[in-house]
Design a protein around this ligand. Structure first.
Ligand SMILES: N=c1c2ncn([C@@H]3O[C@H](COP(=O)(O)OP(=O)(O)OP(=O)(O)O)[C@@H](O)[C@H]3O)c2ncn1[C@@H]1O[C@H](COP(=O)(O)O)[C@@H](O)[C@H]1O
Length: 120
């Protein structure tokens, strides 16, 4: 049986990354039995974390074995990582806006500059 995937009016104006997170958070709250997300969430941090690690390694492999302009395999694996990362974050009630805020806070600060400041 397919689970309902139709967009609610709340979701229509949203980016696909926000919509995916909202759907995951609904799965976290309702835990429908025929959902892969439910299976991951029920496995806890260990299961969700192991999938992120596994999928991240597949991204690196794809980067090694594919080259531009054919990045389709790399894009596919990157989306697997994003989905699994979203499940872990969604299980903690973290929204895509929370990520946006943190990224905005970092905007304009060089990674090298930030690293140098850590030492002081
Ligand atoms: N974006 C995704 C998504 N990306 C990847 N995957 C699944 O992630 C799994 C990763 O691949 P693997 O080969 O590692 O899977 P596996 O070996 O069966 O996994 P394990 O048994 O090791 O856990 C596959 O089953 C993919 O289908 C996803 N599953 C769901 N979504 C989204 O999440 C929504 C809700 O999904 P359900 O909760 O399953 O209804 C869907 O409508 C989609 O939008």
């Amino acid at each position: 049986m397919n689970l309902p995937n139709q967009l609610s009016p709340d979701d229509e104006g949203q980016d696909v990354l926000d919509r995916l997170m909202r759907q995951i958070q609904t799965r976290v709250q309702t835990l429908p039995p025929n959902s892969y997300t439910t299976k991951l969430v029920q496995g806890g941090v260990e299961k969700m974390g192991a999938k992120i690690t596994e999928e991240a390694a597949e991204v690196v492999d794809a980067a090694r074995t594919s080259s531009p302009p054919d990045n389709q395999h790399l894009i596919y694996e990157a989306c697997d990582v994003l989905y699994h990362l979203w499940v872990l974050l969604g299980s903690r009630g973290i929204s895509v806006d929370d990520l946006r805020q943190e990224l905005k806070r970092r905007e304009g600060t060089s990674g090298l500059e930030e690293k140098a400041q850590r030492g002081s």
